[in-house]
Design a protein around this ligand. Structure first.
Ligand code: CU
Length: 150
């Protein structure tokens, strides 16, 4: 008699588990990733013209960079070159310090490239800039300071 009781309990447990098993209820859906804010950036000889230069920490941005010039340009978000001993940064240094880079090889005249950036800390005026480090271009004026606020 007692073993029958145990069997009944076991059966009931199996039925409850089956009810909660796969197929019972749908999996929670993933929240959609926030849509990045688009920042249009136009590059020419020898100017960088961004649609904005003030950004916010934690907001995803998509830099849409178009080369409207007649030679290749590169795009980076880097500390000002003058902070590196007064000389233009080498390509290696530039890559190490950069928050984002699009190489000149990928930006021939007419090309549009995108790079996504989410700033994770505030940036004071003069700490970072949008720049082209193709030899001679930076010095010719291809740099625009940016700020990032909390
Ligand atoms: Cu350039």
């Amino acid at each position: 008699m007692r073993s029958l009781f145990v069997l009944c309990i076991a059966l009931a447990a199996v039925l409850v588990l089956a009810a909660c098993g796969p197929g019972a209820g749908s999996a929670p859906t993933q929240p959609a990733a926030p849509k990045p804010v688009e920042v249009q950036v136009t590059m020419t000889e020898f100017k960088i013209e961004p649609s904005m230069t003030s950004f916010q920490v934690g907001v995803p941005y998509r830099f849409v960079v178009t080369n409207k010039g007649t030679v290749a340009h590169d795009f980076s978000i880097t500390p000002p070159a003058m902070q590196h001993g007064g000389m233009a940064m080498s390509s290696d240094d530039m890559h190490k310090a950069a928050l984002a880079v699009i190489d000149a090889a990928n930006m021939p005249p007419g090309a549009t490239k995108t790079v996504d950036v989410t700033f994770n800390k505030p940036v004071a005026a003069g700490e970072f800039e949008l720049a082209c480090h193709t030899p001679g271009h930076y010095e010719a004026g291809m740099q625009v300071p940016i700020t990032v606020t909390q």
